[in-house]
Design a protein around this ligand. Structure first.
Ligand code: SAM
Length: 421
């Protein structure tokens, strides 16, 4: 059964997307490219609330949940989420889940009907004594490690933010509202990241406008992170640059600076080059296909490096809710090993007294403070004046964690400097 024939049926497409995310470790946000708001909410909502949904479904099943076909699991989760958390009348949501199952796995339609009817009748999890991780549908191990260093208030904020839809934010030379007059769009300035627009209404129309190359969708905290790179005289390299958001910020805001952008993945690199040329024209950096662990750069030749390293993404769970279900503590170690190699190469490429801004969209110490601790670089405390308004947690070693919240994703940032000699 092809994706194309499912495209006119948002529920069927949502179930297929969910099955693919689970069975093939695909990223939902990528599969949802042109999806309708309904389909997006259904897929991302199920992924956010998966643990709670499974707890509500399991008592009504005679076989272990994990032994069902991925499409059947997805239809059960989607049906229950739509019935209990969306505006669809519950009976319609159940009937639609049964219809989709009859199409995809006909033999399981009866099971889906019976289980959903009983689960819908039992209602949503409403137990204030349930542990925080269950109430917020996160893996226990992840919440326990955050609880070991965040305050109770910070933790509650992070968990709540991860369970909400991420709004659309953008950088654009002009607001889209003039051109989209009559389409009900409403945008406002971001409360603390200057120049970023928050799309309050009309995201679909704005997405189409962005698709015509008029502006660039970007997370506000990603903009704030790029701005933490000190202004320097000399060449600046964006070490792992695709899709190019931070290079775009630097190109817009520091015209005339000499800049390079590396990435190892050809497809991402080519897309980035096109986007940067389109948005920056002559201010686009030189784009180079390179492995950041062995880059084509002379030692001690650069004034600064922005190393926004590949990472687990635990600061981006509201945009990528599935990450929480597939990440394991062991994977953090594997990522840290690559991050250490990237940082060592960046440290060797900057000149004495040159800067490395090391950032990840992960909140985990293994990928941040512990990586930085092993580098031949000094940690320079980030000037609090440059963080004005951003909700941060200061790390004892001098880095900051930008907390994921209503107004942006989570990042950890360390400003590093190569010693004079
Ligand atoms: C977090 S993303 C960078 C996001 C980017 N800075 C932005 O703001 O749009 C990490 C990037 O690292 C790239 N990458 C992974 N391993 C790499 C390596 N060994 N060398 C260079 N780039 C690498 C990935 O392709 C990915 O594009």
């Amino acid at each position: 059964m092809g994706e194309a024939s499912a495209s006119a049926d948002p529920r069927r497409r949502a179930v297929l997307t969910l099955a693919r995310v689970e069975a093939r470790r695909a990223y939902a946000a990528r599969l949802l490219g042109d999806a309708s708001p309904f389909q997006r909410e259904l897929v991302l909502g199920v992924l956010r609330w998966q643990l709670v949904l499974d707890r509500l479904l399991e008592p009504h099943l005679r076989q272990p949940f994990g032994t069902l076909d991925p499409e059947v699991r997805a239809a059960l989760r989607a049906g229950l989420y739509e019935a209990l958390r969306m505006e669809t009348p519950a009976a319609v949501a159940v009937a639609e889940a049964v219809r989709v199952t009859r199409f995809l796995v006909p033999a399981a339609a009866g099971l889906v009907n019976a289980v959903l009817r009983r689960a819908v009748a039992s209602g949503w999890l409403d137990d204030a004594r349930a542990p925080l991780w269950l109430r917020h549908s996160h893996p226990q191990w992840l919440v326990e490690r955050w609880a070991s260093w965040l305050s109770a208030e910070q933790l509650a904020g992070v968990l709540a933010a991860n369970q909400r839809q991420a709004p659309m934010y953008l950088l654009a030379a002009v607001s889209p509202t003039g051109e989209l007059a009559g389409e009900g769009c409403e945008v406002a300035s971001h409360p603390y990241v200057p120049g970023v627009l928050h799309v309050r209404r009309g995201a679909s129309a704005v997405a189409a406008w962005l698709g015509r190359g008029q502006g660039y969708a970007i997370d506000p905290h990603a903009v704030a992170v790029a701005r933490l790179l000190p202004e320097v005289d000399g060449v600046v390299a964006d070490w792992a640059a695709a899709p190019g958001g931070k290079s775009l910020v630097l190109g817009r805001e520091r015209p005339g600076a000499r800049r390079l952008a590396f990435d190892r993945h050809l497809g991402r690199l080519l897309a980035m080059r096109e986007a940067l040329l389109h948005h920056l024209g002559a201010q686009a950096p030189g784009v180079v296909g390179a492995d950041g662990t062995a880059p084509p750069v002379r030692p001690a030749s650069l004034a600064a490096v922005l190393l926004d390293a590949p990472c687990s993404g635990t600061g981006t769970l509201r945009r990528h809710p599935e990450i929480r279900w597939r990440l394991t503590p062991g994977e953090l170690e594997a990522l840290a090993s690559l991050q250490r190699q990237l940082l060592a190469a960046a440290a060797a490429a900057v000149r004495p007294e040159g800067w490395v801004l090391y950032a990840t969209c992960s909140l985990e110490p293994e990928e941040n403070a512990q990586v930085v601790a092993g580098a031949a670089l000094e940690i320079v405390p980030i000037n609090p004046a440059r963080l004005l308004g951003i909700p941060v947690h200061h790390l004892p070693g001098g880095g900051v964690v930008i907390l994921p919240g209503e107004w942006g994703d989570g990042f950890t940032v360390h400003l590093l400097r190569r010693p004079a000699r």
